[in-house]
Write a protein that binds this ligand. Sequence first.
Ligand code: BGC
Length: 414
Amino acid sequence: MRSDLKFSENFLWGTATSPTQIEGHIVNEWTDYVASDGGHCRVACDHYHRYEKDVELMAGLGVNAYRMGIEWSRLQAAPFGPLNQSELERYVHLLDLLKAADITPMVVLHHFSNPPWVTSSGGWLNPATIAAFADYAGKLSSALKERVHIWNTFNEPDTYASLTYLLGGFPPFHKWNFLSYQKTIKHMAEAHVRASRAIQKNDFGREPEIGIAKNWTYFGAFQMFALWDHFLAAISHHAFNHFVLNEFLGGARRAASTFLGVNYYGRARLNHFQALVPTNGVSNERLKQLGIISDDMFERHPTGFGELLKHLHRRCRLPIYITEHGAASSDQDFRIRDLTEHLHELRDAVDAGVDVRGFFYWSLLDNFEWQFGYAKKFGLFSVDFSDPGLPRKMTRAGEFYRDICIGSKKTVNQ
Ligand code: BGC
């Protein structure tokens, strides 16, 4: 392994996924959704039936950690209900396979999906969802306390609340409803605190680790003198970053978290109120003409990564996990370059004193990328969705990441 990319021996090198994006056979608000490429998540990567093989893939990658979701809709058929034992056993089996492969799990409780009974009773706008979620967190953590000690309550509450109530991208597809956005964040922040208390009631035989994963997108103006774009960027920054961090980590609520998860992809610069990013329909060719480097989703901004880590360290004073970083592109050289640049930024931030405990590459597999279906290729393993066998194949970015993970083990064992 390159000596300039060495990290401490306890550093977690992992990969990340989410249930709706890979498992298939889920009944939640995404089941009937058809993405822009015509794809749906009913089978996805069929990880539900193929998880044993997928753990073997992870072992081959040399990762020592895996950030995985447990799908709430599978486990509780009604508020405060008992956990579905056969679904639980399936996850227990998966966790046991991970343990046998020396892979530490981080479990995500909420990743953009809800049980149907939550959706039909108003979702996160309904304050009753808070107590129901805390009940679920308590029951699940009690059932898994021998197997899981790192709990990630919410994945990107900011992305979830903005895509459901501001941008119309996620069910129920509302637009510009700021009050609903705000309410969702406030309810989730309260649910995080209560879930954290419920998790901490268990005896894990060690201190549990509990935190959220915060997406951080930089917003800016493309043209220096475009005052309105600067203004909109400042509002977006406030709503998505500051407001959310304050709700989850401000004041007494900070005690509910032992770490901060950071999902970092890059930035969105505005030009006449339009974000210059592929997710907004701007082509990579056009972006290239403008001098913007992007994957198939966002503008890349590696130096922002280092700055962000230093900023969050000063601001939150919590250990950090990079709970997601990755690039969507079929150009493997691009992905390798992108990963290298970001790992160098991470290395520099650690050298500057930022306490980063692990890095989880998004994602293990090409998967169902929400509104965009199967068009965005994030996998360390590609998946051939045109073949009913859904064969997986390690990509060159996967090989590169494998060398980092295996290299770090060698350094530790030397
Ligand atoms: C989400 C993932 C998503 C990834 C790439 C993150 O915001 O947590 O579910 O696939 O970004 O867009």
